[in-house]
Every structure is written in structure tokens, then in C-alpha cells.
Design a protein around this ligand. Structure first.
Ligand SMILES: Cc1cc2nc3c(=O)[nH]c(=O)nc-3n(C[C@H](O)[C@H](O)[C@H](O)COP(=O)(O)O)c2cc1C
Length: 169
């Protein structure tokens, strides 16, 4: 599949089958995140793989994640990230966003569905997973094989035309 077709076909999966993701497939997804560009190459992304029953149970107390049997909790190390005064803000969230995007698209290329989740209680996540102060959980990437009933939401088909979001100067 060419890259634009992959981008068009990927959709937020909100119904997952129980089938586990094989280790070699998950490793390729994680590798795509490792290869991501980051500000000053400081690589502040810290990816927690939530897939043991114990970790999934903890996750469920904060966020249900549509029953995915694997969830990547992508945290930024705000001390390790580019924090230069010249830039005037910490790059950790941007770096995590790029790494997660690469993992999301790699998952699609490998036949694994995903849903990007940001609507969760950050302090609660911090507490439940006993995260150190310098780690901020920015994104949950729910991963798994789509169930037989999984389908794109209507929003998937709603994209503004380029004229709405692109301006040539
Ligand atoms: C930054 C960001 C935050 C999102 N947060 C959530 C979320 O908390 N829960 C959810 O179900 N989907 C979430 N999504 C998925 C979007 O709703 C979805 O990408 C959008 O509606 C387009 O649909 P599509 O991914 O199927 O093309 C998020 C996506 C992004 C990029």
C-alpha cells in the first residue's frame, strides 16, 4: 500500500478482537517510535507497554481504552527534552506526538488497529503507574486487531479540503 493510501485507510479503531499482537509485530511498531526525529535528537519519549493483566487492570481504573489488549502509554521526560529558553517551551510533547504518529502508522502497515487517546486524567495516571515527577503521560495509543464489527466513525470521512487549512504565501 502506498503511503497516502495508508494514511487514508487508517482510522481510529474503537472495537478490538482478543487476538494478541505477536512480539515481533509489537517490536516493529516500537521501533518506528524509536526512529522518530526529536528536538536536538534528545529522544525524551518514554513508552510504557501496558499488556500484562496487572497493568491493563491498572489502566482500566483510569481509562478503558476500548478494551484494547495492548496500550502504549507515551510519556515525555520533561527534563531530558529540549527546553531551551530560545524555544520558550519544552519540546517533549511534540517529540512524543511524532513518535506516536510513527507507531500509529507502522501499526496500520502491519495490520494492527489503533486509537489515539488523550482524554484521560493525567494526575490519576501518574498516581496509578507511580510515574516520577519528570515524566508526563501525553498519549495513550490503544493497539490491537480490529474486531469484526470495527468500522470508522463518520468523523473519519470528514476532512476539510486543502484550501481550508493550507495557505500559499
Ligand atoms: C490529539 C488527539 C487526541 C485524541 N483523543 C481521543 C480520545 O481521547 N478518545 C478517542 O476515542 N479518540 C481520540 N482521538 C481520535 C480522534 O477522535 C480521531 O482521530 C478523529 O475523530 C478522526 O477520526 P479517524 O482517526 O478515524 O480518522 C484523538 C486524536 C488525536 C490526534
Amino acid at each position: 500500500m502506498d503511503f497516502l493510501s495508508l494514511c487514508a485507510d487508517r482510522y481510529s479503531v474503537r472495537s478490538f478482537a482478543d487476538t494478541p499482537i505477536p512480539d515481533e509485530v509489537l517490536n516493529q511498531i516500537l521501533e518506528a517510535g524509536r526512529l522518530a526525529p526529536t528536538a536536538m535528537n534528545l529522544q525524551p519519549q518514554r513508552v510504557f507497554v501496558i499488556r500484562s493483566e496487572e497493568a491493563l487492570e491498572k489502566m482500566r481504573t483510569v481509562k478503558k481504552c476500548y478494551g484494547a489488549n495492548t496500550v502504549l502509554m507515551v510519556c515525555g521526560d520533561t527534563e531530558a527534552a529540549c527546553n531551551r529558553p530560545k524555544v520558550d517551551h519544552c519540546m517533549a510533547e511534540m517529540d512524543c506526538t511524532i513518535a506516536t504518529t510513527q507507531m500509529m502508522l507502522a501499526a496500520k502497515a502491519l495490520g494492527v488497529g489503533s486509537c489515539w487517546i488523550c482524554a484521560f486524567d493525567v494526575p490519576a495516571m501518574h498516581k496509578v503507574f507511580d510515574l516520577p515527577e519528570n515524566l508526563t503521560p501525553y498519549i495513550l495509543l490503544a493497539l490491537g486487531y480490529p474486531s469484526e464489527t470495527a468500522e470508522p466513525s463518520p468523523r473519519h470521512f470528514e476532512r476539510y479540503p486543502l484550501e481550508e487549512t493550507v495557505t500559499y504565501l
